[in-house]
Design a protein around this ligand. Structure first.
Ligand SMILES: [Zn+2]
Ligand SMILES: [Zn+2]
Length: 125
């Protein structure tokens, strides 16, 4: 597993007025995740598939299709998991995903992080 951000932890987590999860990290970076992005990055075995099982369709549908699935995108609650992760409970009852700080930071949707991911992908070619 990648762990670029092993020593970086969130200092604050709260919610924006329009329902996005906002994290302020110990290195000063700020990440704001729409619920759809969080659900799409769910790391549980069901969503990602295991041992060659194809991932469930949820992960290949478009953002636009996700917008029509409000229950799946409703965050009902958030709980800390140890001191390394949080878990969301979704409106459809899904709660298997453990979102580590590393995963969240790695999937940060901000422009700078998108550029970083693109550069890393280029490097792997
Ligand atoms: Zn999942
Ligand atoms: Zn970022």
């Amino acid at each position: 597993m990648r762990s670029h951000f092993r020593d970086i932890v969130p200092k604050e987590m709260d919610w924006t007025d329009d329902g996005k999860a906002r994290f302020l990290w110990s290195d000063g970076h700020e990440s704001v995740y729409p619920a759809a992005a969080l659900r799409r990055m769910c790391p549980c075995a069901d969503c990602k598939g295991t041992h060659g099982t194809p991932p469930k369709a949820f992960n290949i549908v478009t953002t636009r299709a996700l917008a029509g699935a409000p229950r799946q995108l409703n965050i009902e609650s958030v709980e800390p998991v140890g001191n390394y992760a949080i878990a969301f409970t979704w409106g459809d009852g899904h709660r298997e995903g453990i979102y580590t700080w590393d995963l969240l930071r790695d999937e940060c949707p901000c422009g700078a992080c998108k550029v970083r991911r693109n550069v890393e992908q280029e490097g792997h070619k």
